[in-house]
Design a protein around this ligand. Structure first.
Ligand SMILES: N[C@@H](CCC(=O)N[C@@H](CS)C(=O)NCC(=O)O)C(=O)O
Length: 289
């Protein structure tokens, strides 16, 4: 393994962009960079997001809740363009000091409740609507274990493997080896679980599936980081079987489109303010006006 070596200075100083796809938004400091109020729509739930895997978890949950008849899960989904630094606007930082999508504000009560971190949002909504989470405490513990497994594991997939395999300005063997090893281990963990269970926690589809599918399901279906062959995802046959079953759900199809600004125009619904927007306001329709 030959690679130029780097000797870290005594004290790291932020003096240049690191390179790679997300270099322009990376900063070593927190807080707002500019004043910008967030828009508020007509529904009780206001989502500020983008259709990355973490964003899709929440739009899938909201569409699943609506499909299951929870009408008060109606929501406005406002677009946060992270490459244009919307997450550093003062209004967004007020509801999420961590400056990352997704963030949700529940306006049902007199004092609105802001929630950030996709796992916390899924849990909040599951408890609020008593849906997609087991009632039995031991089954619930299993579901939460897998939900938090995802929250702890996915940064190795996104920030580790995805970054070095797909986004870093050059390919470095050491980090690619390290994170490929870990991602294949994680896929094997899931494959063994799904060999015994239809869904992640058993017979029922839960927030654990909604958290895991946008990362590992999409990876297994070959649509993340163009890494299907490299990781030999087809060999995780139980993950692939589960990923296809989840993908076929109409609410998942809709959830994937919300706040999406890339890909096929008919699959991009930049903002969602009404259930009819899926039929009338996708980019193919708006751009042909
Ligand atoms: N643990 C967080 C991670 C959220 C996250 O990393 N969001 C990314 C997009 S997937 C983001 O907003 N990045 C903008 C930035 O880093 O400035 C969650 O699950 O909500």
């Amino acid at each position: 393994m030959s690679q130029d070596t780097y000797t870290p200075p005594k004290v790291w100083i932020w003096d240049s962009e690191s390179g790679g796809e997300f270099a322009s938004i990376n900063r070593p400091i927190a807080g707002a960079t500019h004043d910008k109020e967030l828009p508020v729509g007509k529904h009780p739930l206001q989502l500020y997001s983008l259709a990355t895997p973490n964003g899709v978890k929440v739009t899938v949950m909201l569409e699943e809740l609506l499909a299951a008849g929870h009408n008060s899960a109606e929501y406005d989904a406002h677009l946060i363009r992270i490459l244009e630094a919307d997450q550093f606007g003062s209004g967004f930082v007020d509801i999420n000091p961590n400056s990352k999508i997704p963030a949700l504000v529940d306006h049902t009560a007199e004092t609105p409740t802001p929630i950030f971190e996709s796992g916390a949002i899924l849990l909040y909504l599951a408890e609020k609507f008593n849906a997609f989470i087991p009632a039995d405490s031991s089954e619930k513990a299993k579901c939460l274990s897998w939900l938090f497994w995802q929250m702890g594991s996915a940064p190795y997939l996104g920030g580790g493997f995805g970054h070095f395999y797909a986004y870093a300005p050059e390919k470095y063997e050491y980090p690619i080896n390290r994170f490929t090893m870990e991602i294949k281990r994680q896929l094997d963990v899931l494959d063994k679980q799904l060999a015994e269970n239809r869904f992640i926690c058993g017979d029922d589809y839960t927030i654990a599936d909604m958290a895991i599918w946008p990362w590992y399901g999409i990876l297994a279906l070959g649509s993340l980081y163009e890494a299907a062959e490299f990781l030999d995802v087809a060999s995780y046959s139980h993950v692939v079987r589960w990923a296809k079953e989840v993908e076929a759900r109409p609410a998942v199809q809709r959830g994937k489109m919300v706040n999406r600004t890339w890909g096929e125009l008919n699959e991009q619904l930049h903002e969602r303010h009404d259930t009819t927007d899926f039929d009338t306001r996708t980019q193919d329709k708006l751009e042909s006006c």
